[in-house]
Design a protein around this ligand. Sequence first.
Ligand code: ADP
Length: 462
Amino acid sequence: MKRSLKTQMSLTILTIVLATIALVSVLSNYFINKQFTDYITHQQVLKKQIIVSSISKQYSPTTKQWNMDYIHAVGMNSLYEGYIVKVYDKKDEMLWDAQSHDMNLCNQIMGDISNRMKIQYPQINGEFQAENYPMLLEGKAIGTISISYFGPFFLNDNEFEFLHSLNKILFGIGLFSLLLSAFVGHLLARRISHPILKTVEVTKQIADGNYGVRLQEESNTTEITLLMESINHLAKSLQTLDKLRKQLTEDVAHELRTPITILQSHLEAMTEGVWEASPERLESCYDEALRIGKLVGDLEKLAKIESENLKLNKKEIILNEIIERTISNFQTELQSKKIEVEVTGPLVSLLADQDRIRQVIVNLISNAIKYSGDESKISVELFETRETAGFIVKDNGIGIDKEELPYIFERFYRADKSRNRSTGGSGIGLTIAKSIIEAHGGKVIAESEQNRGSKFTITLPK
Ligand code: ADP
């Protein structure tokens, strides 16, 4: 059977508290009872000693007389406390006897005590028993006292009352702790289950595509806070991906729309005879077809690189040679823009896929040229550490906006779209570069400042 976290926690806390209360009740009842009966038994021994000693003192050796009034008072007092006293002189003649003094009162008191004790303490099998005590004066016997009482012990009214109150207090404490723990348990369970329920609700919304939701709840529980932070992080990542996906579709559509519209309208005009199919017009149509072809080709290249990245054809390569050769392939563009390129750094050789690494260099250098003004400078700096090697491509061109920098490696992402249309970029070059470098176990870091220039650092493991 499935129960909610709240119910389960409340039930667990309640069960633990109930078990604790039961255990404490049984133990405290047992020990209090034992201590109390020990105390009562001890008190009763003392009481009997007091009766014997106070009656013994009522004999006057000079007159050889007993103070009968006092004996009567002590006897009656003892009777009310549950002790039936008989006093004999040294000739064994009866001096005072509670029973013969007031038979009814004695029977009533004895009946009360034995009824109550047989109900409350049936296990002790108690009954009235008589004990004889000698009375001595300066070591000489002056008589005997017989005391009968309910043994092995009995409780008088006050003592019963005391035990009863004690039980009531213990019961009250038990009930109070039970209610308090039920209340606290409920609160605690709610405090834990509430943020979890909220998290579930938000997760459902994220699953339904509402990536903008965030968990605003606060929790004192570390694990729950971590869970909520991860959910928020997940929502943010999904939101970014969603944004990029939409951007991708938008860009592909946009990229295709312009050349297709131009093609369509030109071809329509020519087939309808509005335009003559001159070689210039056919060439412009061909250019547009080429543009579409290039875009599709870029997409294919990326798909191929991403799917084939697992099979790298690695061998020892000299990075400096590849860089120099690539730069020389850009001579025409460099000369027409009067851009100077400077290559510095040590000779670096490492294990890598030559064709792929060349592709990375081509993409970075062509970007640096594309986004630099006339008569500017591009530098390529090689570096090497014990475990890594790589190069930095730096330009002092137009740079990239801070807000756009995190996205430039996403496919089709082009910073500042309007300016890019004129440069003819499709936003795939850096995606390909990053994909190749990561397949080699390396990383690409882009740093840039708008209107100042950009710096791309490629680090590869050796
Ligand atoms: P594109 O084909 O558009 O150049 P890339 O993936 O190579 O595509 O680059 C993505 C975007 O990053 C570019 O559109 C451009 O805005 C920006 N970018 C890349 N390199 C540079 C650079 N060296 N200077 C300025 N902006 C750059």
